[in-house]
Design a protein around this ligand. Sequence first.
Ligand code: TYD
Ligand code: MG
Length: 465
Amino acid sequence: MKGQKSVYVCSECDWQSPKWLGRCPQCGNWNTFTEETFAWKKGNSAASSDAASRVRSEKAVLFREMESSDCRRFGTGIGEFDRVLGGGLVAGSVILLAGHPGIGKSTLLMQLCGAVGDSLDIMYVSGEESKGQLALRAERLGVSPEGLYVLTDTSVENIISEYEKCSPDVIIIDSIQTLTSERASSSAGSVTQVRECSAEIMEKAKTDGVSVILVGHVNKEGGIAGPKVLEHMVDAVLYFEGERTQSHRIIRAVKNRYGSTNEIGVFEMTDTGLREVSNPSEMLLAGRPDGVSGSCAVCALEGTRPIVAEIQALVVPSAYPSPRRTADGLDYNRMCLLLAVIEKRLGIRLSSCDVYLNVVGGLQIDEPAVDAAVALAIISSVKDIPVPKNLIVMGEIGLSGEFRAVSSADRRAKEAYRLGFTKIALPARGDDVGRIKINGAEIIPLNSIYNELLLLDTQSKNKEN
Ligand code: TYD
Ligand code: MG
């Protein structure tokens, strides 16, 4: 058609090419090009002049005259969500909330409307559900916010004109992949549409100081569907994760311009919506088996909060020439390193064994302090000797099998004791290990990986025999 132009766009880096390419010359990814058509109609020249008008005449200001109070924060009424955001939603910020379908994104946002909808004006744009469905969900969650406007539309132009009429404090877009802009003629969810729609909404929000929450779909690899630039444009990227078959859900920030990315928020999906879990350790330890080998507890620090989790290992002789190894919730390369250290320093042969590792409850732990627990779970599984139930181990393991100090050892130890662990093994090297005194708990210093062998519950093994 006259006035239409086809262009191939890389979904990873936005590189554009007039021909289809198998491999992107910019980012090197394969099979990322999708065809997009641009309509070069009059509207488009208007769009470019519009883009020019976007350049506002900002003045340079002196840094020391700037005020950090330009960042106005307000609590969302959902403590665990605030924790991930870094203390609340910042006015004028744009947040991208991504997650698999059915994980509870819309539920969380409707609960957020319920929690702050009486004091703030919120506009909830749903491109996926009808007003009836939204009303049913709100009823199920028991919320009926005063200042909530609902719009079930997918046209950005209409959304913006409605937004100007309601002038809300917060705008929720559920989801960005369903919106379409007249500026691009490709179908909803395509790279160009997602980029155009989010740019238009963000531009409006930034000028007016309105907070925007964009819901994003994830693709089958677990990344956010749409252009990579979307993640660069927004202020915070949050992932809503969890096993669909289990009831707990975790929100994690992978980018946050207004707070730390270490904090996680934990929820439980119930019949009446998401319930905050402020003590996740109890939930994660529930149902921990007794007297079974290959399970070891650890206290990981997620941001400022110590969380006790269970590491499970299963080591079995491999039927294949190259053994299988999987690590769920842990770093795969770190596991390989620990396997090598155990093999070399303790002389336990693992190179012909399949090793399966898992953090119970879908938690993702990426701090080295879990090394000790991972190694102990592996050794326990190989030897088929259970780790005592009241024992918890923490520490980073170096290549020569030595233990290295962990940060905030005392806070971890106290949390472990609160949950009933009375034997707390910590690296001897840590500054404060000698100083940690907990009445009723035994602090066991660890020097090297050899010490771990002594921790196993040999008596229980003997009893069984
Ligand atoms: P939803 O928020 O629609 O997911 P998303 O927007 O991420 O796709 O949540 C859907 C799931 O949550 C659905 O399987 C039903 C379940 N759910 C509950 O268990 N309890 C509730 O109170 C609600 C509203 C939903
Ligand atoms: Mg939804």
